[in-house]
Design a protein around this ligand. Sequence first.
Ligand SMILES: [Zn+2]
Length: 435
Amino acid sequence: MMTGQRRQFILGLAMAAVASAASALPSAAPIAARHSDRTVVLTDANVVAIDGGAPIRNAVVVITGGRIVAVGPAGSTAIPADADTISMGGKWLIPGLMNMHVHFGLKLPGAEGAALANETDPQMALRMASNARRSLLSGVTTVRLIGEEHGVDFAVRRAIEKGEIIGPRIKTAGEIIVPTGGHGFLEADGPYALAHAVRAQIKQGADWIKIAISGGIADTHGSIAAAPMTDAELSTLIEVAHRNGIKVSAHNGSPIAAKQSLAMGIDCFEHGYHLTDENLKEMKAKGVWLVPTIVVSQAGAREFYKKIGSPDWYLDRVDSTGKDHWAMLQKAIRLGVNIALGTDQFPFEPNGGTTATVAEAELYVQAGMTPLQALQAATTQTARMLGIDKEVGRIQPGQYADIVAVDSDPTADISALRTISFVMKSGAVVRNDAR
Ligand SMILES: [Zn+2]
């Protein structure tokens, strides 16, 4: 095992390498900060009505210092004389997409995961930086990392914030905290050890706490249905997080573990494969969030599992879980449970001819959401879950200019998200296919 200090040193080297690669670009300015202090105006655009109602046709969006300062019809919105103007050619503008279940360092059972078995932390840091960049370019401007390793996520977040590499805004849960043998790597047993594990993640900079209160599809041991944590363990862990103003999300497929943790004030469930009507009703009553990651158990993920060389036992587990998962999602939507979009695959991962993020939104519509609700599950709802809805999630004055362009109105047909061709984060254009 590496000592913490040595790990920090090596990580530092890796990030320095990324930084010097960035400064070798023609512009010496940090790459993520381009344009951010200039005034940029998007013209000839349609702005989607993310809270419902009528869109703004032939709209202008004025951005200064990375934030939106004005949005309105071209005829009545003043354009500053010194602004850089970008014509959007009649495209539709939506808030940058947000994906709430991401692992930049994801490794799954199979040939691809096996090839990463001896991956060092510096190698992982660079792979995560690449995944961050590809996520942003796919139209995802905010992610919640929900289980990474060795604190590398905090280094990646810092490098993005400093403009050394490009990537989405990051909220992260650090490492997944589990009882010994659980679905994660940071094992702790008993209330005091679990309290320490929670505090240690928060000390490093965790925005959320992620725990696993049941087994997972990828596990070769334990059962998805089991609820292995004691009441004393679970209640202490949640109390310690809440006393620090931090929310707790649980990887969970078990109705028993759901009932136990709902009684103790859990804030969010990931996956929710086998949640019952009773669980979902309690979630609705308490405002508890569900991050479905429905793409992982449905047909579109087949190409992904084939690509990574997943073993047969894993595919069998996916199939047997998929039916319950789908029925649960339909019920959750019908009951009006708070849903925030998350994929548990890389946001840009190919899935059914598009990305996992877009496929996830399309599946929400197939399961009963309106296209507007599905788009909100990836923008306004995710922002509200993270407590940053004053900063991101809408194209309106005061918000960061995190903006994506598509060919048509996704609130009429969610598949319009397949046509993402422009991505802006904090007023900096990171992708523009028209150029
Ligand atoms: Zn996951």
